[in-house]
Design a protein around this ligand. Sequence first.
Ligand code: 4GT
Length: 230
Amino acid sequence: MTSEIDIITLFPEMFTPLENSIIKRAVDNEILKIRLTQLRDFAFDKHRQVDDSPFGGGSGMVLKPEPMFRAVRHVLQNSAKTSRRIIITDPSGKTFTQAKAKELAEIDWLIFICGHYEGFDARIYELADERISIGDYVLTGGELPAMVIVDAVARMLPDVLGAADSAETDSFFDGMLSFPQYTRPRDFEGRTVPEVLLSGNHAEIKKWRQQQSLELTRKFRPDLLDGEFA
Ligand code: 4GT
């Protein structure tokens, strides 16, 4: 079944990175459908104003509620899918993780609300089922976070990755960093490939990779071992 994604944004042209490579193939193969909605089309006044200065004073502009409510109500007519989630990308959200990518990949229809300028009129948050942040830093808009989430979710969809099981060997799939990979040549300027990988002994290779995963995780991301996967 096709997964559908709607994105509401003032900058639909920012989403061209999704027209490449693996995501493009998923769209071409009808595994994934991505629709972009221009928020400005839902402004009701003749100046097509989508933002305004904040009540109470202060610098910067705030996204007005009416265009966003109209845009979301319009987008909700785009599909008859029954399982759907409306996500607002915002620094106030929980930090996006691989576990969240897996969770969202199970939902047939995702709707992203992207902000710009200084932020949203607080009433806009009512439209969303969930807020998601991609990390503790401030960006000029929610478009890059939406793209990050769409990319991570799309590659978890069945049949998107070339090798059927390559998501299972990912870093973070089992909560640890992935093991080191090598390809030809066996000897590059004296740096040789670990012998075990050339042995053909699959049990030994599996053991080596598990050890390496654990070692790399301890060294570079010990925080990953403190949590649910310890
Ligand atoms: C950071 C993130 C995000 C922003 C994040 C509303 C106006 C929010 C600009 C937008 N900054 N959005 N989703 N860390 N900025 O995920």
